[in-house]
Design a binder for this molecule. Structure first.
Ligand SMILES: [Zn+2]
Ligand SMILES: [Zn+2]
Length: 97
């Protein structure tokens, strides 16, 4: 059974839920133990893309995109293995996915 966390609003298995310090709100284990401010910071971090995103471009179709943690092997647009680093492309031009 999935329950909605009272803070991050994610669906979490009931077994992973705990009552928050106020004793009435069920929150997930990740949220419990965080202060409201820490939680807000964590949410803000999740919502915004990390600054360390690397730009890539496909030499086949010209599609540009960015990935934060993984090095893509195939173009997400044409699926060809023609990905090159595109660090010189301004991040403003990179399509967010
Ligand atoms: Zn939560
Ligand atoms: Zn492509």
């Amino acid at each position: 059974m999935l329950m909605k966390c009272g803070r991050c609003l994610q669906q979490v298995p009931l077994g992973d839920m705990k009552y928050a310090k106020d004793g009435s709100t069920l929150v997930c284990m990740q949220c419990r133990g965080l202060t409201v401010q820490e939680h807000a910071d964590a949410m803000r971090y999740d919502a915004s893309p990390p600054l360390s995103k690397t730009g890539y471009a496909c030499t086949s179709c010209g599609f540009t995109f960015s990935r934060a943690n993984i090095t893509p092997k195939r173009c997400p647009f044409c699926a060809k293995e023609t990905i090159v680093l595109a660090d010189n492309i301004s991040s403003a031009k990179l399509l967010e996915d």
